[in-house]
Design a protein. Structure first.
Length: 416
């Protein structure tokens, strides 16, 4: 990407462990600056409710994408979810000029736009979240886009597409519109979507609050787009300048050792090889499930439901088939920003996530190298710290991590 004559742009990263009081600090910060305009973006509706209750922020109701325009026209302070933020249009961003943006937990700014099948947004079906390989081929064959020397795509208004070729008329209308907000890069036989750098220029300031942000996709995105980062930390519940390496205060963890075997790595490929049917798996897969089931049974009777676990979506039935591991206790492995599980003292982490290969290789081609081990460790830490570790109670938390290398990295991190 050409970087000449790019005006300076800075993100502030507030880096602090989960349960350390970031949301409370955000609330205090907003209330201490009543003459500023604020947009706060957080993952869950419960957090939106909390922030709106404690600040002057309001949330859009009804047809949210339309109502938010009315609230912005009245210069209201606003709090909304990540999901609604993803639906913002160029018109929304125009009205947000001069607002200060606070993002609670990392948002998606980099992703592969092409997969094996097409997927539409559940709330707005006209928005296509992922195009299929067939869609991509038709796009290329129809010469609807041009590609510059950096691989960046532009819509070619001199061409049109014949809707008879496509299952749905106007299938690429969404692609054309998203070029207003996203840079789309052709990379091999896929498209990498990146939030445009100019998007952030709408805001007077950008503050992102999360943990271990040095190993986050947002930091890699900043490296790619030459966005400066200034670090913040929490001190006495207040936001202070500078980076401070902190660990959650409660690190008295127990690690079951029943599966410390380097044959198990819990990658997506490992799952595909070892769990080929929803109810059947290899010896290693069955043993992994059996070890966690034993831990569940060791919980006191009054605490039998005080655990949570994760696996790759679509494989839940393998773990819950014998009914000893509850499907109700499953959570997605990218779970963040929730306090609903802080009474749990047992955590099962049956994954070892790696960066999307297409995104990783794309960034590498642009000179940005992803530390995959650090990224996987960060995701694990975020998940585990949804548990009772984030409280001051004198309880030990059992963490079951069957992926050998990930368990090793986690133990080493705790020792440091």
């Amino acid at each position: 990407m050409t970087t000449n004559n790019i005006k300076p742009l800075t993100f502030a990263f507030l880096d602090a462990p989960t349960g350390y009081g970031k949301t409370t600090a955000i609330i205090d910060f907003i209330n201490s600056n009543p003459f500023e305009r604020w947009l706060v973006v957080t993952p869950f509706k419960t957090e939106v409710d909390r922030i709106c209750k404690c600040t002057t922020c309001v949330q859009p109701l009804g047809k949210k994408s339309k109502e938010i325009l009315l609230l912005l026209a009245d210069e209201k302070n606003i709090c909304c979810t990540h999901a609604l933020f993803d639906l913002f249009t160029a018109e929304t961003l125009e009205l947000l000029k001069g607002y200060n943006l606070i993002v609670d937990e990392e948002i998606s700014v980099l992703r592969n736009l092409v997969g094996s099948s097409q997927r539409r947004n559940a709330d707005c079906p006209n928005i296509i979240e992922r195009y299929s390989s067939q869609d991509y081929r038709l796009l290329m064959e129809s010469a609807l886009i041009t590609v510059d020397i950096d691989g960046r795509m532009s819509w070619d208004d001199d061409h049109y597409y014949n809707t008879k070729q496509f299952k749905t008329a106007g299938i690429f209308d969404d692609l054309r519109e998203r070029l207003e907000l996203y840079d789309l890069y052709q990379y091999g036989e896929t498209i990498i979507q990146c939030t445009k750098r100019k998007t952030w220029k709408s805001f007077a300031s950008v503050l992102v609050c999360s943990y271990r942000m040095q190993e986050s996709f947002l930091k890699y995105y900043c490296d790619f787009y030459k966005i400066d980062v200034v670090w913040k930390h929490l001190e006495g519940g207040k936001i202070k300048d500078g980076y401070c390496s902190l660990k959650p205060p409660k690190l008295d963890l127990l690690f079951p050792c029943g599966l410390s075997d380097n044959k198990i790595n819990c990658s997506k490929n490992w799952y595909q090889y070892n769990i080929k049917e929803q109810t059947k798996g290899t010896k290693d897969a069955v043993q992994m499930k059996y070890e966690f089931r034993k831990l569940c049974k060791l919980l006191p009777k009054k605490d039998r439901s005080k655990y949570f676990w994760t696996c790759y979506k679509g494989y839940e039935k393998f773990f819950t088939y014998d009914r000893n591991i509850s499907k109700k206790r499953w959570r997605p492995c990218n779970l963040k920003a929730t306090n609903e599980l802080n009474d749990c003292c047992l955590v099962g982490y049956f994954v070892h996530r790696f960066a999307n290969v297409k995104v990783k290789n794309f960034l590498r081609s642009k000179g940005v190298i992803i530390d995959e081990r650090a990224l996987a460790l960060s995701e694990l830490i975020q998940f585990v710290w949804r548990s009772n570790i984030r409280t001051k109670e004198e309880k030990k938390v059992v963490v079951f991590i069957p992926a050998f290398e990930l368990l090793k990295d986690f133990k080493e991190w705790i020792k440091k």
